[in-house]
Ligand binder design. Structure first.
Ligand SMILES: Nc1nc2c(c(=O)[nH]1)N[C@H]1C(S)=C(S)[C@@H](COP(=O)(O)O)O[C@H]1N2
Ligand SMILES: [Mo]
Length: 391
């Protein structure tokens, strides 16, 4: 909950706990009195798979998954209350008293087991970066290629940026005596499906790969992996294992469903079905999708990000023919996204804005349609974002 919401909840006599329960749609037999009556009919029966409130003004409800609405972001970092959620099963409730993190495998000299407090006592660092779902933008395979891909039909709200605080994974691997023959490191969640995905030892030893226990200065929220999650800057969202319970280090490639059947490029153009690693460079427009903005001069804002480095240019077009340069905010950290904006006065009616980012490594967001991949990953073609100017 951000400060504004806490204040709002407090001034309306809601405790934080109650606010969470109400948002989660939990039935509070009599306990809330008049507030319970404010919940729309029917809503009380649904028990949300998430812990945090997911009001429709902040999230597009996609079942287990919740897409953010970037038009709500006021700063560079996405408040925890607004951060998208991608869960393969319901958010587990983990008791830190019994919580253990195990580090094991053929490429460690001595398996170790750490409690939550053990982890909190280790040297830590802050990493400023985004997490993006590999399927962010997936719905555009359907709208632009006329060929829907399977999976959650995200637009561009399955990304969020935050300050993460935690222990370098390399430090924990050192404690276990990681051997020089290590090839792959698997991180496994404590959720019902025990979601797990490997990364190469080079990524595991990267100083910015951390085991995070705080997000934007708050205790890691339950929906975002409490008590501990992996942060793997630039890599596909799936590598940022939430509710981390086990780390396995092996001297050979680790093959699991998440790198052999899911999170692979699959389709007529991908014979060898490569497993995903890095995300793609993209940009998004922070306007309500198909929503209205007031008439008169307006600042149109957005975000741009690249796993390869800083964004150096964002071009935009309203008519799809003429391109101009937007103002791009200076990079705060090469692992973060950047904001951009331009000022515009449009006639009442329907409009489309397209944005195109370029990064410091010379990558430019493509205007050509991508090759189809069955599971709809890494869509990063420039798209037209529809909106209205009020009459
Ligand atoms: N244990 C576990 N970790 C997980 C997942 C999951 O379902 N279980 N989902 C992954 C996926 S696909 C993404 S995109 C990110 C989403 O992180 P968020 O929900 O904090 O935004 O978490 C990843 N880590
Ligand atoms: Mo994801």
């Amino acid at each position: 909950m951000n400060r504004d919401e806490t204040t709002r909840a407090e001034s309306s006599g809601l405790t934080r706990r109650r606010a969470l329960q109400i948002g989660a749609g939990v039935v509070l037999a009599g306990a809330v009195g008049s507030l319970a009556k404010a919940i729309p009919a029917g809503a009380q029966e649904t028990v949300s798979p998430l812990v945090k409130p997911t009001p429709p003004e902040l999230f597009i409800n996609l079942g287990l998954n919740h897409e953010s609405r970037p038009e709500n972001y006021k700063g560079l970092f996405v408040p925890n209350s607004m951060f998208f959620v991608r869960n393969h099963s319901a958010t587990p409730r983990i008791d830190v008293k019994t919580y253990r993190l195990r580090v094991e495998g053929s490429s460690v000299q001595r398996p170790v087991e750490l409690t939550y407090d053990d982890i909190l006592r280790l040297p830590f660092k802050n990493v400023f970066t985004w997490i993006e779902c590999a399927g962010n933008g997936r719905s555009f395979f359907g709208t632009y290629l006329g060929k829907p891909a399977t999976g959650t039909q995200w637009r561009l709200g399955a990304i969020g940026a935050a300050e993460w605080t935690g222990v370098p994974l390399s430090l924990v691997l050192d404690m276990a005596g990681v051997k020089s023959d290590a090839v792959d490191v698997l991180t496994e969640g404590l959720d019902e499906l025990k979601v797990r995905r490997p990364m190469p030892i080079t990524k595991a030893l990267d100083p910015n790969t951390i085991l995070a226990y705080a997000m934007n200065g708050e205790v890691l929220p339950q929906d975002h992996g409490f008590p501990i999650r992996a942060i793997t800057p630039g890599w596909v969202g799936i590598n940022n294992t939430k509710w981390l319970g086990r780390i396995q280090v092996e001297n050979q490639k680790i093959l699991v469903p998440m790198n052999t059947t899911s999170y692979i490029m699959e389709g007529p153009d991908y014979a060898d079905k490569p497993a995903l690693t890095l995300q793609a460079m993209k940009s998004s427009v922070a306007l309500p999708w198909d929503g209205a903005i007031p008439a008169g001069k307006q600042l149109i804002r957005g975000f741009a990000w690249s796993p390869y480095g800083k964004i150096v240019r964002v071009e935009y077009s309203i008519d799809g023919e003429n391109w101009r340069t937007a103002t791009v905010e200076e990079s705060r950290d090469p692992l973060l996204w950047q904001r951009w904006y331009f000022s515009w006065e449009g006639k009442p009616g329907r409009h489309y804005v397209a944005a195109r980012a370029s990064d410091e490594k010379g990558n430019v967001q493509p205007v050509e349609l991508p090759k189809f991949n069955q599971q709809g990953y890494l869509f990063n073609t420039v798209i037209s974002h529809p909106f209205y100017v009020e009459g």
